[in-house]
Design a protein around this ligand. Structure first.
Ligand code: ZN
Length: 411
């Protein structure tokens, strides 16, 4: 029976969002939260971008020492031989890749002004795919950008070529959020049946249907007999109107009528990590979670009206589809209302030791504390806001890996 996997693209699509971004430490923390949630793969960045190199290497290094497993970390590059070469030059230990190229007539004419034909698109993709294999890539996904506006016959031809050259998956990108659940179901089912290869579905919210389309696209692939890798971002952060929200999509897959329990998850999801993950992304991006966000919004379990309050008190299932505790909510949170010592780029050793003492982090000696404080200062320069407890703990636990994450030296 085909299975459902989650593939989060916050560290690639999310950080491409206008006016938003994450520091390399924040991206690393996010990979860790996603791993704890049971997300199968994190598209963790851009291996051809020089300022990403040390971050990408450091995250792969974490995996090498047995940490942050089993999540797969995959790089995103354009489907050209040049990009693949640069990716492996800058990040030699890269194991997983997604190669992206536009497939729609609109893009072929609108973007490349007819300089590339459909055959050129296929040739560029297959050459890049061959190159990735030669460099030793363990898995390669092929992304059809603007798939929803691509002629389906060409999309099938493109995908078959990808399969012949050893692609592990094809990503159907509804790049502009143009699909609806009916059209994407049909397209994904046809694609699954025609190419017989696991698929990815990548949806945007320009028409407010990113989660619904992801679910329908997934069903198309599953009904067509193939595994599906649903692309999401944490809190739906993504270009323009955003991507399919990770938590909402998990809830839709596991709780919605006729879907929940019917299809198998390829990797179990630890939904109780949802709250922490969403909170961290909100803080790191500096974007509040909307009060009506499914599962993690402030109002997701709030009841005021008499009938609803009475009903939910008698039996929560009267007015709640799932429980707050399933999402890891309900724990008391300590909020300092008096004096507060927080980390900053000009922090001193006394304040730092006080701060770390409160979260039970100890140091070998004064020199050890000073060394780690220096890293925390740099992290603050990059974040421009106090670090979270998890970030502080991470720096103290992995000082050498943190040093890499904090090193940015332009050529
Ligand atoms: Zn996208």
């Amino acid at each position: 029976m085909p299975e459902i996997y989650f593939l989060d693209v916050t560290n690639r699509d999310g950080v491409q969002t206008a006016r938003l971004g994450l520091s390399k430490l924040e991206k690393t923390m996010l990979n860790r939260y996603l791993n704890r949630m049971g997300v199968f793969q994190s598209e963790f960045g851009f291996p051809t971008t020089k300022h990403e190199s040390l971050y990408l290497q450091a995250n792969l290094e974490l995996q090498e020492i047995g940490k942050m497993r089993p999540i797969r970390l995959s790089g995103w590059v354009r489907a050209t031989v040049e990009d693949v070469h640069i990716a492996f030059e800058l990040v030699p230990k890269l194991k997983h890749l997604n190669l992206s190229i536009s497939t729609s007539e609109q893009m072929i004419h609108g973007k490349w002004a007819g300089r590339l034909t459909e055959d050129d698109v296929i040739a560029s993709m297959t050459r890049a795919l061959d190159a990735a294999r030669e460099h030793g890539a363990e898995s390669v996904g092929i992304n059809a950008e603007d798939a929803s506006r691509t002629n389906l016959d060409f999309l099938i031809r493109f995908s078959r070529a990808a399969k012949e050259h050893g692609a592990d998956r094809v990503r159907y990108c509804d790049t502009l959020g143009y699909d609806n659940p009916f059209t994407i179901y049909d397209a994904m089912k046809t694609l699954a049946e025609s190419i017989e290869l696991p698929l990815e579905v990548h949806c945007h919210g320009d028409l407010g249907m990113a989660v619904a389309n992801s679910l329908a696209g997934a069903k198309g692939a599953l009904d067509g007999g193939q595994d599906i890798y649903i692309n999401t971002t944490v809190n739906g952060i993504g270009e323009r109107a955003g991507n399919a929200d990770l938590v909402a999509t998990i809830l839709a897959v596991t709780k919605s009528k006729g879907f929940g329990g019917k299809y198998a998850l390829g990797r179990p999801i630890t939904l109780t990590q949802a709250w922490r993950t969403a909170q961290f992304a909100s803080y790191a991006f500096g974007v509040p979670i909307p009060v009506n966000q499914p599962g993690v919004g402030a109002n997701a379990f709030a009841h005021a009206s008499g009938i609803h309050a009475d009903g939910v008190l008698k039996d929560p299932q009267n007015y709640e589809l799932y429980s707050f505790s399933e999402l890891g909510r309900g724990e008391p949170e300590l909020v300092e209302t008096g004096r507060e010592i927080c980390s900053g780029e000009y922090s001193g050793v006394s304040g730092f030791r006080h701060l770390m003492g409160r979260i039970a982090v100890t140091f070998d000696d004064a020199e050890d504390a000073r060394r780690k404080l220096e890293l925390v200062r740099y992290a603050n320069v990059l974040a421009q806001k106090p670090l979270t407890t998890d970030e502080l703990k991470f720096i103290c636990k992995y000082p050498e890996i943190s040093r890499k994450l904090l090193t940015l030296v332009p050529e």
